[in-house]
Write a protein that binds this ligand. Structure first.
Ligand SMILES: *[C@@H]1O[C@H](CO)[C@@H](O)[C@H](O)[C@H]1NC(C)=O
Length: 308
């Protein structure tokens, strides 16, 4: 693609969290620690599910896939942000910027769909337990995973084809630590109203619908558990409260940024940290590491490691 012909901008300047030199070094250490925990925690889950035959069930396959997407989601921009804390001029090439937009929407879209798939899995397990084995077979599980990635890619491409062809000629300062779509669109030197409406109905609607779907599925599950016994209720409520908390932390900022794109606010850059850093860290903590089966599988693996 020949960008330079129709646009003067060949690179963008990123504006990370500002502050003194000491503060930058603190951010560097802080986010490095965060990033390493995300990668190690999630890889540990993927490996545990992979090596432990007792965890070869749809629920754990989906959890392991979520961990994998979390690693991707935290890797497309965060390492660059971390290195940038030590760099004076934080720039990114035009292609790099488009790549970041592409991957953000593939991974975030895939993650949203996977969360919905996991909610569906739990819904079937709790509300239709007798049919669970026939409904959630391996084929269904694979198609849910493949479908999530496919929707993520289609969703991302559908917005990117319009973005790469925008003319950029003037300011090239992106007020965030990575290229987020609304911020980049704002820099185009043309009327972007149509594109913003497209983004609103694509990203905004997708986030909003999956969020509502998740809340409804949680409500149905909670209602079912409650009708059956009040003893199971306390445990289910605690688990669900944790899920609702992490899902809200992920979807809240997405919806805020993408469903009100016409007014990009300075706070957007802090909010985007929620879906690139905090969610990938919280997911394994909430979904998996509170799970006794996973913990005991990890211990079993460690013993096997030690004895071999
Ligand atoms: C994702 O899910 C599929 C389908 O169940 C499974 O075969 C695969 O091993 C999972 N991948 C990861 C990384 O967990």
């Amino acid at each position: 693609m020949d960008q330079e012909n129709n646009s003067g901008v060949t690179e963008f300047v990123l504006h990370s969290l500002s502050g003194s030199r000491e503060l930058q070094i603190f951010y560097f250490a802080f986010f490095t620690l965060f990033y390493l925990s995300i990668v190690l925690g999630n890889l540990l889950i993927v490996l545990t599910v992979f090596y432990e035959p007792s965890l070869h069930t749809p629920m754990y396959f989906l959890l392991s896939n979520l961990s994998f997407i979390d690693v991707c989601l935290s890797t497309f921009a965060t390492p660059k942000m971390i290195v940038d804390f030590l760099v004076e001029h934080k720039t990114i090439s035009f292609e790099g910027c488009m790549a970041q937009i592409f991957f953000l929407h593939v991974f975030a879209g895939g993650e949203m769909m996977l969360l919905v798939a996991m909610a569906y899995d739990r819904y079937v397990a709790i509300c239709r337990p007798l049919h669970y084995a026939t409904i959630m077979n391996v084929r269904k599980c694979v198609s849910l995973v493949v479908g999530s990635w496919l929707i993520g890619v289609l969703h991302s491409v559908s917005q990117l084809v319009f973005t790469v062809n925008l003319p950029f000629c003037g300011p090239n300062r992106v007020d965030s630590f990575f290229c987020d779509l609304p911020l980049v669109i704002k820099l185009a030197c043309t009327d972007t109203f149509t594109l913003e409406v497209l983004m609103l109905s694509d990203s905004g609607l997708m986030a909003m619908c999956s969020f509502l779907l998740l809340l409804v599925s949680y409500a149905v599950v909670l209602l079912t558990v409650w009708r059956r016994s009040s003893a199971g209720m306390a445990k289910a409520r605690a688990t669900l409260a944790a899920h609702i908390a992490v899902v809200t932390l992920f979807f809240g900022p997405c919806i805020f940024i993408y469903a009100w794109p016409f007014s990009s606010l300075p706070v957007d850059k802090f909010l985007s940290i929620f879906y690139t850093v905090f969610t990938p860290l919280l997911n394994p903590l909430i979904y998996t590491l509170r799970n006794k089966e996973v913990i005991s599988a990890m211990q079993k693996l460690r013993h096997r490691q030690v004895s071999s």
